[in-house]
Design a protein around this ligand. Structure first.
Ligand SMILES: Nc1[nH]c(=O)nc2c1ncn2[C@H]1C[C@H](O)[C@@H](COP(=O)(O)OP(=O)(O)OP(=O)(O)O)O1
Length: 192
């Protein structure tokens, strides 16, 4: 026969049940929020021996800065398809193939959304770059990359990309100009 529980034991059991319910709730909400709070973006650089194609962003996020071509990955689209689409839309270039170069997570103080930026380059493309309403393309020598007019993180990871080394990195921004925290690690694989 089961023994009746004492008031103390009942209290303890309730406490444990409450704790479990709270833990489950927290885990499911943090899982949901971590899924909901990541924005997947692409960034593509067209390469030729000794030079790299950059685009002056004419509007939107990063306006006034030289950067690669890219944007949000759409629902139902693969990351590489999204990267190729943005490259074509923003400068008229069709990439026949893309190399994975890096993965960067950006956090902005006060914004719960983490930007997960997939960086690619291509040496294998069709069509000459043309200006569009979003981007003004321009070739730069690899030694003349205008870091002073780019996102401040670029000068840290560009050398890895230019040397054909894959990398992963993280930058925490305060506003658009100040990096508060960061790390970068080079992967052993070559990009191409
Ligand atoms: N800190 C950073 N350094 C960098 O080099 N590139 C960054 C960056 N933060 C974002 N990017 C890139 C990723 C992506 O290619 C681009 C921003 O994406 P979008 O062009 O989609 O933004 P927009 O706000 O213009 O959106 P659309 O109106 O949808 O085009 O900027």
């Amino acid at each position: 026969m089961e023994r009746a529980l004492s008031t103390e034991e009942i209290k303890k059991e309730r406490h444990q049940e409450n704790e479990k319910a709270l833990r489950d709730k927290l885990m499911s909400s943090s899982h949901q929020s971590s899924m909901a709070m990541k924005k997947v973006l692409t960034l593509v650089f067209v390469r030729e021996p000794g030079r790299i194609l950059l685009g002056m962003k004419k509007r939107g996020f990063g306006q006034g800065r030289w950067n690669g071509f890219g944007g949000k990955v759409e629902k139902g689209e693969s990351i590489t398809d999204g990267a190729k689409r943005e490259l074509l839309e923003e400068c008229g270039v069709t990439a026949k193939s893309l190399n994975e170069v890096g993965l960067i997570n950006f956090e902005f103080v006060g914004d719960p959304v983490i930007l997960e930026v997939h960086v690619f380059d291509t040496w294998d493309y069709m069509n000459s770059p043309v200006e569009t309403e979003e981007m003004r393309p321009q070739w730069y020598g690899e030694k003349e990359v205008p870091f002073g007019e780019m996102w401040p993180d670029d000068e840290y990871w560009f050398p890895h990309m230019l040397n054909g080394k894959k990398f992963e990195a993280y930058y925490k921004f305060e506003g658009m100009d100040k990096i508060l925290d960061s790390w970068i690690k080079e992967k052993t694989e070559q990009t191409s």
